[in-house]
Design a protein around this ligand. Structure first.
Ligand SMILES: *Cc1c(COP(=O)(O)O)cnc(C)c1O
Length: 421
């Protein structure tokens, strides 16, 4: 459920018409709904009420500091994968004891930064990384709480580029080697084993792969306890999918996911951590864009928008589908035309949709890409020297720019010409 609805013929974010934001801030622009973000967080928190838990928002899905503050103030923890994300979470006021550090390539500098600033746990992904953390922590006279991410070799049945839980991927250690690696972790100075971590992929639309992975984790926790490890936490990762189309079958509900968690690992008495990103942010954001041209091609019409693949990469990168809707509500039964919806970037991959049915559109008309809150703004770049586009947060009947559009001067000022040129 989200808060982007037509009211009196205009698409709104909560109580604010999106065309008003487009007029005030310009296009393209990302717009997020605070009520939707908070609702999704609450649904996930409520799904886990049967057991002690912490919902850690995956910062990589949507890292704007205002969004992190909104979620952090509502009790969310944060799942981070870099020093930059750690800094963002702290700048948003999230305390270290609610931040978990994931990712396969944490550097020693990033480890030091988190240990100095405070961290709930490191989710370790390899033995070299474990040894590095041991060295860093021991060198600081600190003790780093750790889990080890196990790779359960489960097919998440999602897009190959976001599947992380099979043995061919770079993530985690093979679950079959877990006993050995945990024994090594327990023997190293500067580390304290606190739990087990798993994350099998993103945009999962079935519970089966979660069930297979969590059951393997439950068996592992029992085995590790028998080997003398104190396993107090299980981090189950993120990955629950969201509906990207109105017509498709909806992915499993958080409530059913919560019941599955209870059923598979509930008996272990562990604190449960989850790391949803897309589930919280995906349908809490839209990308608003303006039609530059309607260009007749051979046997097709191109709708050329002012948003490009550099602003929203998902269609080019994952063949992802985003619903595209006009900001002005089409009359019921209005005729539809078929468009190839494209951006202005000089790449054929800069195509958002082929043969998409839309009401007849004209230059200057506004559209919204739905479900663009997660992996949208965070993946944007400045290819073709197109400045990063702004982000706006709506709450009730007011909105604020939470990241301003840089001017060309500001964009260029980041470069410098050496004195010898
Ligand atoms: C990407 C990622 C997440 C979030 O995934 P979603 O599909 O957005 O929920 C959580 N944990 C880890 C370790 C990740 O890499």
């Amino acid at each position: 459920m989200d808060h982007f609805l037509y009211k009196a013929g205009r698409l709104h974010a909560e109580e604010v018409p999106l065309d008003e934001i487009a007029a005030a801030v310009g296009t393209p622009v990302y717009v997020y709904s605070a009520a939707t973000l908070l609702r999704h967080l609450k649904v996930m928190q409520e799904a886990l009420t049967g057991q002690p838990h912490l919902v850690c928002f995956a910062v990589k899905a949507l890292g704007n500091v205002a969004v992190l503050k909104l979620l952090g103030d509502a009790g969310a923890g944060m799942d981070i994968v870099s020093g930059g994300e750690y800094a963002r979470a702290r700048a948003a006021g999230v305390p270290g004891e609610r931040i978990v550090f994931s990712g396969v390539g944490k550097t020693r500098d990033e480890m030091r930064m988190a240990l100095e600033g405070g961290i709930r746990q490191f989710n370790l992904e390899s033995e070299p990384e474990m040894e590095a953390l041991s060295e860093v922590a021991a060198g600081m006279g600190a003790v780093a709480p750790v889990t080890i991410r196990v790779n359960p070799d489960v097919d998440a049945k999602t897009h190959a580029k976001i599947s992380t839980g099979t043995s061919e991927t770079k993530f985690g250690i093979p679950i079959a080697r877990a006993s050995q690696v945990y024994a090594r972790a327990a023997a190293l100075p500067g580390l304290r084993v606190v739990g087990v971590d798993v994350h099998i992929g993103s945009q999962l639309t079935e519970l089966g792969p979660f069930e297979a992975a969590f059951s393997k984790v439950a068996a592992l926790v029992e085995a590790l306890r028998e080997q003398g490890h104190e396993i107090a936490r299980i981090d189950l990762g993120g990955g629950l999918g969201i509906p990207y189309t109105r017509s498709n079958e909806a992915p499993p509900l958080p409530f059913d996911y919560g019941a599955l968690v209870q059923r598979t690992v509930g008996h272990l008495g562990c604190e449960i951590e989850v790391e949803p990103g897309r589930l919280i942010a995906g349908n809490a954001g839209v990308l608003v864009s303006r039609v530059i041209y309607d260009k007749a091609g051979e046997g097709r019409d191109f709708l050329i928008l002012d948003a490009g693949m550099n602003d929203l990469l998902r269609p080019a990168m994952y063949d992802a589908h985003h619903d595209i809707v006009p900001l002005a509500e089409p009359a019921p039964g209005a005729e539809a035309r078929s468009y190839d919806v494209v951006g202005p970037v000089c790449e054929t991959g800069d195509t958002f949709a082929r043969a998409r049915a839309l009401p007849p559109m004209a230059e200057g008309d506004l559209v919204a890409f739905r479900s663009a809150g997660a992996y949208g703004a965070v993946m944007a770049g400045e290819y073709n020297a197109r400045p990063l586009i702004p982000e706006v947060l709506v709450q009730g009947n007011h909105f604020a720019v939470i990241r301003a559009r840089p001017t060309y001067e500001e964009m260029i000022a980041r470069d410098s010409i050496p004195a010898w040129l």
